[in-house]
Write a protein that binds this ligand. Structure first.
Ligand SMILES: *[C@@H]1O[C@H](CO)[C@@H](O)[C@H](O)[C@H]1NC(C)=O
Ligand SMILES: *[C@@H]1O[C@H](CO)[C@@H](O)[C@H](O)[C@H]1NC(C)=O
Ligand SMILES: *[C@@H]1O[C@H](CO)[C@@H](O)[C@H](O)[C@H]1NC(C)=O
Ligand SMILES: *[C@@H]1O[C@H](CO)[C@@H](O)[C@H](O)[C@H]1NC(C)=O
Ligand SMILES: *[C@@H]1O[C@H](CO)[C@@H](O)[C@H](O)[C@H]1NC(C)=O
Ligand SMILES: *[C@@H]1O[C@H](CO)[C@@H](O)[C@H](O)[C@H]1NC(C)=O
Ligand SMILES: *[C@@H]1O[C@H](CO)[C@@H](O)[C@H](O)[C@H]1NC(C)=O
Ligand SMILES: *[C@@H]1O[C@H](CO)[C@@H](O)[C@H](O)[C@H]1NC(C)=O
Ligand SMILES: *[C@@H]1O[C@H](CO)[C@@H](O)[C@H](O)[C@H]1NC(C)=O
Ligand SMILES: *[C@@H]1O[C@H](CO)[C@@H](O)[C@H](O)[C@H]1NC(C)=O
Ligand SMILES: *[C@@H]1O[C@H](CO)[C@@H](O)[C@H](O)[C@H]1NC(C)=O
Ligand SMILES: [Cu+2]
Length: 577
């Protein structure tokens, strides 16, 4: 007993960063979904929350641990929760997307998710995966190194969460419902938020602005999560440079930058040294703004163009220095249409690729799947108002198929061989070759087929997916997200992907390992992964308006031959439709 105490004490003093996670291998959490009133932008509204918190509670674990989250639905809405970035080896049952791997948890019901960590280390997050509930139902997952290991960078003094979000004065699901009814674009949000707060630039928000207090000379680990619904962001801190050390729960080669560009779905771990030339014992300004505003890659697409802020405040422990009344210094951020800045930033991301954190980049592939990514229209139906382009309704597609959600989940249908729920015809290449990124594309290309098509994948296949952006309606940097396995982003470029030329420029040495990739506007992104996680895995744009319009598909990775390469049996409390 005393030996154990001593051992832990030594670790705390000399070894690991003292992280707020117990040394057990399994961690239990209880998430009660309930409505709560929150006041933002001078208005009070009822939102969906976990345990009444917004953003929701943080989950703490170490690499390789298991987390059990009992979700109890005390709200009046169907809900599911997704553990974003967790591979969930052989365990699609707990992945979360509504009607893909489970039926929703109905009001009054509960379901225990088993979150199996494997290789992930760093920052991930969890969010609702039903309608647009994730606007307020989300939170962070911190995965620390295993006991006895340490970060591959200087031990931070403290951690600071930076969760970017998006706030509507209206009920978000009414915004979605109205858009689906009218066929038009959903109303844009009223504010962006940092840790749930819009910040000083919005009305009635100054009181609650998130403030991170730092001490001069100390180093902090910022865990940045983009939980926004429909927009990518530039983020920066006045008077400070940032060192990127990880993304999507994988370490990167450290690089210094003045700003980051982060898509919805992505996370970034940043080191911040509190070394600004300030004098905490005089009345000099001791506050700096952190700010985020959109990277709006699509020309002419209406979007929320506001800026959210939080404050970095220097303090000296043990003194009571009053905050200077002058305004904090404001950072310089790239212009919201600055694609060059976004591209230059993303090009810096490389895997750490050391002996302790090796890469496993597939050097050869068994199969290349080319997928066009498009915003479309579909014809006006009888009795519908059609407020989309050309008096039609908005739609979106992958390889010209606009995904239709089934009414029972695909995993259940696959596992129990229920026919008529989905088809296996998702094509491995675009059904029509045209100048994908050309200007003034003809109208006849605009209307996709509507279907529930999945792509079957043999176990152990090495796959390359090339996402080909299109200029149908408007080119845009789409954040494509894959469940069930992360991928190496081996190439990105503008224009149409050239199968002969472009692979020659791939990075097969130290590409970043991510779960979400921004496909350059009017360009392409190539990712590689080995399909060794049997299951039913959703793949979709992480802009929720595009997800809701059908920019989605499913990869079903078949079982392997050995017992440990097969899907686990379903849990007994699986929700029913
Ligand atoms: C939110 O406020 C409204 C109006 O005051 C009230 O009727 C409702 O019960 C409150 N909801 C919750 C969950 O507290
Ligand atoms: C969307 O915006 C329009 C125009 O401002 C407004 O009339 C409508 O009520 C809004 N819809 C929702 C769901 O808030
Ligand atoms: C900080 O301010 C105090 C009070 O004005 C002053 O005495 C001290 O010299 C300053 N320190 C530095 C490093 O400028
Ligand atoms: C933001 O968009 C509004 C229209 O929605 C426009 O009036 C305003 O000028 C824009 N502001 C900036 C800073 O671009
Ligand atoms: C700071 O203020 C608190 C409460 O106002 C007081 O209890 C404390 O003694 C003060 N500390 C110093 C160092 O002045
Ligand atoms: C960005 O927007 C500004 C102002 O609207 C415009 O002058 C500039 O040409 C745009 N830049 C790009 C790269 O589109
Ligand atoms: C459209 O509305 C009319 C009148 O309400 C109704 O008779 C007709 O069945 C509706 N058509 C469809 C396809 O819902
Ligand atoms: C495709 O469209 C782009 C932009 O209009 C143009 O520069 C390019 O030449 C076109 N490519 C082909 C093969 O037509
Ligand atoms: C998509 O398919 C529809 C018919 O199913 C066709 O009219 C349209 O041209 C196709 N568009 C593209 C880009 O393949
Ligand atoms: C998967 O493929 C590798 C070679 O790439 C092979 O060594 C391994 O045995 C295969 N595993 C299974 C379960 O088929
Ligand atoms: C909730 O889920 C059940 C089961 O899938 C479904 O029948 C019902 O329509 C859903 N309710 C709403 C409001 O979406
Ligand atoms: Cu998209």
């Amino acid at each position: 007993m005393s030996l154990i105490v001593k051992f832990l004490g030594v670790l705390l003093l000399y070894g690991l960063f003292s992280c707020p996670v117990s040394s057990t291998k399994t961690h239990n959490y209880e998430f009660v979904i309930k409505e709560a009133n929150y006041t933002r932008l001078c208005d009070t509204k009822s939102i969906l929350t976990v345990n009444g918190q917004f953003p929701g509670p943080t989950i703490y674990a170490r690499k390789g641990d298991t987390i059990i989250v009992k979700v109890i639905n005390h709200a009046g809405y169907n809900i599911t929760i997704h553990w974003h970035g967790v591979d969930q080896p052989r365990n699609p049952w707990s992945d979360g997307p509504e009607y893909i791997t489970q039926c929703p948890i109905l009001p009054g019901n509960e379901f225990s998710y088993e979150i199996i960590l494997s290789e992930e280390e760093g920052t991930m997050w969890w969010h609702a995966h039903s309608d647009w509930d994730r606007a307020t139902v989300h939170g962070a997952i911190y995965v620390y190194p295993k006991l006895g290991s340490s970060f591959p960078f200087a031990k931070p003094y403290k951690e600071i969460p930076i969760i970017l979000g998006e706030w509507w004065k209206a009920d978000v699901n009414q915004v979605l419902a109205q858009a689906l009814l009218t066929g038009g674009a959903p109303n844009i949000s009223d504010a962006y938020t940092i840790n749930g707060q819009p910040g000083d630039l919005y009305q009635c928000s100054k009181q609650g602005t998130f403030t991170a207090q730092v001490e001069h000379g100390k180093t902090y680990l910022l865990r940045v999560i983009n939980a926004a619904i429909n927009n990518e962001h530039f983020f920066s801190i006045a008077g400070h440079r940032l060192t990127v050390v990880g993304t999507d729960a994988s370490y990167t080669k450290p690089f210094v930058t003045d700003f980051i560009m982060i898509t919805p779905g992505q996370t970034m771990d940043l080191m911040l040294v509190a070394d600004a030339p300030i004098n905490t014992s005089s009345s000099s300004n001791n506050r700096f703004y952190m700010a985020a505003r959109p990277y709006a890659s699509a020309v002419g697409v209406t979007h929320d163009n506001t800026t959210t802020t939080a404050i970095l405040e220097y303090i000296t422990p043990g003194t009571n220095k009053t905050v200077v009344d002058s305004s904090p210094v404001f950072p310089s951020l790239p212009a919201e249409n600055d694609t060059d800045a976004a591209t230059a930033f993303v090009a810096e991301l490389r895997s750490l690729a050391t002996k302790e954190h090796p890469v496993d980049v597939p050097q050869t592939i068994n199969e290349r799947v080319i997928i066009t990514v498009a915003v479309n229209v579909r014809p006006c139906e009888e009795n519908n108002t059609c407020l989309g382009p050309f008096n039609n309704r908005f739609a979106a597609s992958l390889n010209n198929i606009s995904f239709e959600f089934p009414t029972i989940d695909i995993l259940d249908a696959y596992y129990h061989q229920i026919s008529g729920v989905y088809e296996e015809g998702f094509p491995p290449e675009p059904p029509l070759i045209y100048n994908f990124t050309g200007d003034n594309l003809p109208r006849y290309l605009l209307t996709p087929r509507r279907a529930t098509e999945v792509r079957m994948v043999e176990y152990n296949t090495t796959i390359e997916v090339v996402f080909q952006g299109t200029n149908l309606l408007a080119g845009e940097n789409h954040p494509m997200h894959l469940h069930g396995q992360r991928f190496y982003v081996v190439g990105r470029g503008f224009g149409n992907f050239d199968e002969d030329k472009d692979p020659q420029g791939y990075n097969l040495v130290d590409p970043p390992l991510e779960n979400t990739v921004g496909v350059p506007t009017k360009g392409w992104a190539a990712v590689r992964f080995k399909a060794k996680n049997p299951g039913v895995w959703f793949m979709h744009c992480h802009f929720d308006r595009h997800l809701s319009w059908g920019m989605d598909t499913v990869f079903i990775v078949k079982n392997g031959a050995t017992p440990d390469s097969k899907i686990l049996p379903p849990p007994l409390d699986m929700p029913k439709c």
